[in-house]
Design a protein around this ligand. Sequence first.
Ligand SMILES: [Zn+2]
Ligand SMILES: [Zn+2]
Ligand SMILES: [Zn+2]
Length: 287
Amino acid sequence: MTLVCITNDLDDVRSCIVNGQHASNCDGMEWQYDREAECSYPTSNECGGCLPAPAEFGVLCYTCFEKTRGALKIALDMITHLRSVERAQQLDKNGVRAAATWILPVPNTWRMADELIMLLGHPAPGFLSTATTEDVKAVTEAQLDFDVNEWVSREAGGEDAVHFFRTMQHALAQHPFADVEHRVQNVRCWECRQLSLVWKPPLEFDGPLHIACSTPACEFVVDPTLYAILAASQLDKVTSAIRKTKAAQLAEARAARAIVKRRIKAETRAREKAAKEASECAALGAA
Ligand SMILES: [Zn+2]
Ligand SMILES: [Zn+2]
Ligand SMILES: [Zn+2]
C-alpha cells in the first residue's frame, strides 16, 4: 500500500485527492463530512474523484510539497512584514474605530507571525514583544535554516508544514505584499497637507517605520512620533466628519417620516369628515 498525503489524516484540512480517480470503496456519490455528527454522509452529487493523493515527498503529496516550498521562500519577508505592522499603521487602517482607543492591543499580524515561527519549530510563545525588526529577521533566518525534505519526512513535520503553508496563504490574503509599500489613506502630510504620505516597509530601512511624502516638491519625512500625533488629531476629524454626516442623514430621515405621518393624519381626517357629511346627508334624506 502506498502512503497517502497527510492531509487525508488531518481533520481541519481538506484531503488531497486525485481528480477523476476513485478509491476502491467509492459508490459514485460524493460524500460530505458533517462536523456536528462527526461522520460522513453521501450527497446527491456525483463523485469527481476520491482517490487519496499519494505521498511523494515524505508524507506530502506533490502539491502540498510545492506549496510548502513556495511558502518557505517568502517566509522571511512575510514574517518581517507581519511584525512590521505597528500601532500607528493600524490607526490609519481602522481609521474610524481606532480614534477612541489610543492604546491598541497586540496586532493580529503579530500573532500570525508567532504562529508561523512556532510552526517552524521556534519555542512558544513566539517572538519577544520587544523584538526589533532586526531581531525578528535574525530569529526567522535561523529558524529557516533546515532541510525541507527532512522536515516533511516525519509525520509531525509534515503536519506542521501543511499548517504552515495554509497560515502563509491566510497571511498573504490578508496582508498582501503589494500592501507592504502603500499610500497612507487618511492622514495628511504635515508639510504640504496632501494625502500623499507613503508608508514603506522596514525591510529596507533601519527604523521600524518609514513614512514620507510622495509629492515631488515636498518629500517631507514624517517620523513615527509625529505620525502618531498626526493620525490621532486628523483621524479624530475624520471621525467627527463622519458623525456629522450620519447625524444629518438621520435628521433628514426623521423629517421625511414626519411629513408622511402628517399626510396620513390629514388624509384620515378628510376621510372621516367626508364620511360624517355623507351620513348627515343620508339622515337629512331619510327625514
Ligand atoms: Zn469517488
Ligand atoms: Zn497534499
Ligand atoms: Zn508633503
